[in-house]
Design a protein around this ligand. Structure first.
Ligand code: TXA
Ligand code: MG
Length: 354
């Protein structure tokens, strides 16, 4: 049985926090809001509780979790001798959407890190998450609270849809702020490496660290597009049931010719009998009315923070419109745009470059 408790995201009710923290202390699972997406939390020092997370999500056992702490001082509970860079980024970005890869402290159960000698740590900027960790009195291991392969949850309804009956408690604190998962930086390597783009941007990291930051190939999400793909097969990442086709451009300055090419892709698919939806920006949505069977507006190109916030909700909506294919517009890879394109590439079965 999954209990759902509404909480005030700005000033969480103490009773709800007490109840949730006692579930964590007893080795149970609590889904809770953060500023990025909802997390599926368990006591990181209780190996069987952590194993329950993997089972509830259907998560491959070799995919490590992020440990959430409520104060930077608790870093030493889970990590071993953090380098100076760790303190520098933590001081500027915590609490906030940045996860730091460090050496794992031997006392932290290896299952949290899927056996790796490293650990991913972050201090979230959300009152519900922080109060829950404090009250539980233990760092909380939490991946995103979706079924493995589904879009990450930005609302409690998404969590309930995916995990009802598989978790003990869902704290419903409304819609999350950023809508994409935290940026991940590995400071065990020199220079540091960006592993996953997120709300803290590459240029912010370079500025904070005053050094070069390398970008791991998978950070752009492109490794997926290089894999050969059997027809109808989908990558199991952030994906709706409906097949996604991402149309990328070298740049998006000439929206007139870009949308013309996207319309061409839509018409081609429809001529083969597919019902086709388009996920488009506010600026371009009109270009597809009457061309596609359905148009979903993801947000304004002029404010990519809004596009990020609505990204996963929009991907979940695709399955409700009843089409065979969904063509998705691309966005410039600047600022949070890199995080948006990483998620869209991973979610897409096919990528067309125009
Ligand atoms: O915003 C977020 O980060 C959310 C909220 C709940 O905090 N969490 C989240 O967790 O996105 P998850 O499990 O969906 O993504 C964690 C990512 C995975 O890609 C995993 O491979 C990586 O972090 N990761 C975890 N530990 C790692 C490690 N030791 N080395 C490299 N990557 C690691
Ligand atoms: Mg996830």
């Amino acid at each position: 049985m999954t209990r759902i408790l509404k909480v005030d995201p700005d000033s969480p009710e103490e009773e709800a926090i007490r109840e949730a923290s006692s579930v964590i202390r007893r080795g149970g699972l609590v889904a809770f809001p953060t500023e990025t997406v909802y997390g599926l939390g368990a006591d990181s020092f209780n190996p069987s509780a952590v194993e329950r997370i993997f089972r509830a999500k259907g998560r491959p056992p070799d995919n490590p979790l992020i440990v959430h702490i409520a104060s930077a001082g608790d870093l030493d509970l889970v990590a071993a001798d953090p380098p100076e860079e760790a303190y520098r980024v933590a001081e500027r970005a915590w609490p906030g959407p940045l996860t730091i890869i460090l050496k794992r402290r031997p006392g932290l159960p290896g299952v949290v890190s899927a056996g790796l000698p490293t650990v991913a740590v972050r201090m979230p900027a959300h009152r519900v998450a922080l109060r829950l960790i404090e009250e539980a009195g233990t760092p909380i291991a939490a991946p995103s609270a979706n079924l493995s392969g589904r879009p990450s949850p930005t609302r409690a309804e998404h969590v309930v849809r995916d995990l009802s009956g598989r978790v003990d408690l869902v704290l419903d604190g409304g819609e999350t702020f950023f809508g994409v998962e935290s940026t991940i930086i590995d400071v065990t390597r020199r220079p540091p490496v960006l592993l996953r783009p997120g709300p803290i941007t590459l240029s912010q990291l370079r500025e904070i660290l005053g050094t070069e930051v390398l970008v791991a190939p998978e950070a752009r999400g492109e490794l997926w597009s290089e894999r050969p793909l059997a027809p109808g097969m989908k990558y199991k990442h952030y994906s709706p049931q409906t097949e996604l086709l991402l149309v990328e451009a070298g740049d998006y300055r000439d929206l007139g010719s870009y949308t013309k090419r996207v319309r061409g892709v839509v018409r081609e698919a429809r001529s083969r009998g597919y019902r086709v939806a388009v996920i488009a920006s506010e600026e371009t949505a009109e270009e597809y009315r009457g061309v596609a069977d359905s148009v979903l507006v993801i947000g304004p190109r002029s404010d990519l923070l809004v596009v990020a916030r609505r990204l996963f909700t929009t991907l979940r909506k695709v399955d409700e419109v009843g089409v065979d294919l969904c063509v998705v517009e691309g966005f410039p890879e600047e600022g949070i745009g890199l995080a948006i394109m990483n998620r869209l590439r991973k979610a897409s079965a096919r990528i067309v470059k125009t």
